[in-house]
Design a binder for this molecule. Structure first.
Ligand SMILES: Cc1ncc(COP(=O)(O)O)c(C=O)c1O
Length: 385
């Protein structure tokens, strides 16, 4: 029967993140620097809200778009924090993690032959979904522009076939953020073209240098913009599977249909926990950021002292050093490091071929693990260079 499986599904592969993290988990003494999730527990009041929902038998379906009360909290959060408004009744859908939001949007807009532009290197969660729709990704190379997308180069990639662009700032895997001026430049290009803009801002709460600015705060592109967000990263809630998609009413009507046929609705106890997260636990990310900043600086200094070239990240919780000087491919580097030092990192090639020559380290990890991980990487580099 295998020859009857959808060829496009056969084409897609398990991401490198999982390959190396599954491997390192077998070793008692392993140090796992791969996984992109906070090493903090979900805040107690948020957990309690979920527990109470279960105890009160709030365990059924909700409205397909999610509890109105949660959508109102999502709306209020963006209004108060980022200064733009989305109507909770018609413009917000609660999804099963941001991942389901990405899937629902892409399946709403893409058909065979479409092209989707993405700055690269980029998170590995988009390309497979684009591929499953029969569409194709066109990469915007950021390697010569300090890992940031250049507006003129973007303009040059837009064609008749371009259906959408996916942006993800703060970025996984690079940790780069965009400032207002850089965003203005991109918006000037995007406003001239009839293409959808999918902005995945799931790391907006982990923005270190300056306050995050959302692409949704530009009225000139709002009619074609989808904003993806959720609580996985900001509130250490990866396992609760709670995300949200915001967009114009006439587009969200269609996203809602795709969403309801794949999920019906997000898990109800998680939605109650989400209400608490966006009401009384809004400051959770601030506490985590204090720890992330200390860890980022530590890891940055250690990598630099090892002679690796690296741009200091300004958001998310990843750092993306070049391993060029070792002469190894990123996959070989990660494999040898794991074999010899039991440290798992993610090869840059996981984030498209543009990430070749780099590795991604997640510093959402205890200081103890980071110290041990850096000591072992240093030893590995001494032996291999
Ligand atoms: C950029 C980005 N978007 C989306 C996701 C998925 O988020 P969720 O766990 O809410 O599905 C991740 C997870 O690593 C991510 O890095």
């Amino acid at each position: 029967m295998i020859n009857r499986v959808n060829e496009r599904v056969k084409d897609i592969v398990v991401p490198g993140i999982r390959v190396f993290s599954n491997e390192v988990m077998q070793y008692k003494d392993g140090v796992n620097l791969t996984i992109g999730e906070p090493d903090f527990p979900t805040p107690d009041p948020v957990k309690q809200a979920g527990i109470e929902a279960i105890q009160n038998n709030l365990t059924g379906y909700s409205h397909n778009a999610g509890l109105l009360e949660l959508r109102e909290k999502v709306s209020l959060f963006f209004e108060e924090k980022y200064g733009f408004h989305y109507d909770p009744v018609t413009e917000i859908v609660i999804t099963t993690g941001a991942s389901e939001g990405i899937d629902s949007i892409l399946r709403t807009i893409l058909t065979e032959g479409d092209e989707v532009i993405m700055p690269a290197p980029i998170y590995s969660g988009y390309e497979p979904i684009v591929h499953l729709s029969g569409a194709k990704v066109v990469y915007l190379d950021t390697m010569k522009t300090d890992l940031l997308p250049c507006p003129d180069e973007l303009e040059g990639l837009i064609s008749e076939k371009t259906k959408a662009i996916i942006l993800n700032y703060p970025s996984n895997p690079t940790g780069m953020t965009l400032n207002k001026e850089q965003m203005d430049g991109l918006v000037k290009v995007l406003e001239r073209h009839d293409i959808f803009i999918i902005s995945d801002e799931i790391y907006s709460e982990n923005s270190f240098n300056e306050e995050h600015v959302s692409f949704a705060s530009y009225p000139e592109i709002r009619n074609k913009l989808f904003l993806i967000h959720g609580l996985s990263k900001s509130h250490a809630m990866t396992g609760w599977r709670l995300g949200y998609v915001l967009g114009p009413k006439e587009l969200m009507e269609h996203v809602l249909k795709v969403h309801l046929y794949n999920s019906i609705c997000a898990a109800l106890p998680s939605q109650y926990a989400g209400i608490e997260a966006l009401t009384n636990s809004r400051n959770t990310p601030l506490k985590m950021n204090t720890a992330y900043l200390e860890r980022r600086d530590y890891v940055y200094e250690r990598l630099t002292a090892m002679g690796l070239s690296v741009i200091k990240p300004t958001g998310a919780f990843y750092i993306f050093p070049s391993i060029d000087m070792t002469g190894l491919t990123s996959w070989d580097f990660a494999t040898k490091l794991l074999d010899s030092e039991l440290v798992a990192v993610v090869p840059g090639s996981t984030f498209t071929t543009y990430g070749e020559g780099f590795i991604r380290i997640s510093y959402a990890n205890s200081m103890e693990n980071l110290v041990e991980g850096m000591d072992r990487i240093e030893r590995f580099i001494k032996v291999n260079c």
